[in-house]
Design a protein around this ligand. Structure first.
Ligand SMILES: Cc1ncc(COP(=O)(O)O)c(C=O)c1O
Length: 380
């Protein structure tokens, strides 16, 4: 576990005091070199000398994220899906993976692809049933994958209970904590073994970097395997993207606080709206998982929410197109609010309801957001 003594807001704002040792530059330089020279004794100057295995900007960003998550180490990848697929590569041939049934559709598709090729077996458990995870485990389970809150239904899963259940059968627990953004929950402190974030979302926060990160509770042989697979088949984020990520993370806590406050106000405002069937937001007292969220999300409920509209598939799509302040686009966790008709993006095999519109609430003035959603609803 990381032993940094500053509080997380300070770690983020200072980017772990990444001050350039040679010049004192408060913003560290971007090292664009793909290769690093050896010294007069032919010893490498850095711990890696080729950029596919790492470089200074990558290590600064990885160390900052590891400190925020209270992990032993972090590894950045060129996309969130790259990180996920490399973690799944460490599951032994024929190994059993247990995952929640409501999750980011890209992860689910990848798990199903591996299953269809007989690479792994999978059991998808009902995220709404608190006993379902434990019942899905067998002595062959190698990896439990949960996402909390789940995308796009925002079901909350108890991380501590999931870790205990996984460990009872000798499996590890990996948590997709993209929506938790390192700010409100540190899954490693609740017993998780690996934490994942799509840094494309909250950690970078400005919709201009694609990337993923894995953080480990301890460095072990599985972690070494992940390092080795990354350096052979993929690469860390590029130095310039690491610079953008470091810049984005400096404001992570204030962005998350504002997005959480806006989302809670919007969730409350539309809870009894005549054109809205249901608001899905873990911060609402009426949400099925609010008791777990209250215990687990100790620093805000985040900016992610969905509205189930009193509308069909086509009308729900049109609702998104009528928004003028909220941008109708995919992705989440940026400073600007986004909305999308999830089923359109996920395709015909999607289990997402036809009338679900997912919102990533940003940091704008909340009255502008409420007024915009109101005007689009009034045309339903
Ligand atoms: C919860 C979640 N996990 C994983 C991913 C995949 O990350 P990326 O798009 O960075 O590959 C996404 C992307 O939307 C996501 O929302």
């Amino acid at each position: 576990m990381s032993n940094h003594t500053s509080r997380p807001e300070t770690i983020a704002a200072h980017a772990l005091r990444a001050i350039d040792a040679a010049t004192g530059a408060v913003v560290p330089p971007i090292y664009l070199s793909t290769t690093y020279a050896r010294d007069e004794n032919y010893a490498p100057l850095l711990k890696e000398n080729y950029v596919r295995s790492g470089s200074p900007n990558v290590w600064q960003a990885e160390d900052t994220i590891a400190a925020l998550e209270k992990g032993a180490a972090a590894l950045l990848f060129v996309s969130g899906m790259s990180a996920i697929s490399i973690l799944l590569e460490t599951v032994p041939m024929g190994g059993h993976v247990v995952a929640c049934n409501s999750m980011y559709y890209g992860t689910r598709n990848w798990l199903e692809r591996l299953r269809d090729r007989s690479r792994i077996t999978i059991t998808l458990f009902d995220a709404n049933d608190r006993n379902a995870l434990a019942k899905s485990l067998t002595s062959k389970t190698d990896l439990v994958w949960i996402e909390t809150p789940t995308n796009p239904m925002w079901t909350v899963i108890d991380i501590e209970a999931a870790a205990k259940a996984a460990h009872n059968v000798g499996a590890i627990l990996a948590v997709d904590a993209t929506a938790l953004a390192s700010v409100t929950t540190q899954p490693l402190t609740l017993g998780a073994d690996i934490v994942f974030h799509s840094i494309t979302k909250y950690l970078n926060g400005h919709s201009d970097v694609l990337g993923g990160v894995l953080i480990a509770r301890e460095k072990n042989s599985r972690w070494d395997e992940i390092i080795s697979i990354r350096s052979k088949t993929s690469s860390p984020l590029s130095p310039f993207e690491c610079y953008l990520l470091m810049r984005g993370m400096r404001t992570l806590y204030v962005r998350y606080a504002q997005a959480s406050a806006n989302a809670l106000a919007i969730a409350r405002h539309f809870s009894n709206h005549p054109k809205v069937e249901k608001v899905l937001y873990p911060g609402l007292g009426t949400h099925e998982g609010h008791d777990i969220a209250k215990r687990q999300m100790t620093n805000g409920y985040g900016g992610m929410m969905s509205l189930l509209l009193k509308a069909d598939y086509a009308a729900s799509q049109k609702f998104c197109a009528r928004l003028k302040v909220v941008t109708p686009a995919t992705s989440l966790g940026g400073v600007e609010s986004l909305a999308e008709h999830r089923k359109t993006v996920e395709g015909p095999t999607s289990l997402t309801p036809d009338n679900l519109v997912r919102f990533s609430i940003g940091i704008e003035n909340v009255n502008d957001l409420v007024a915009d959603i109101e005007q689009a609803l009034s045309q339903l």
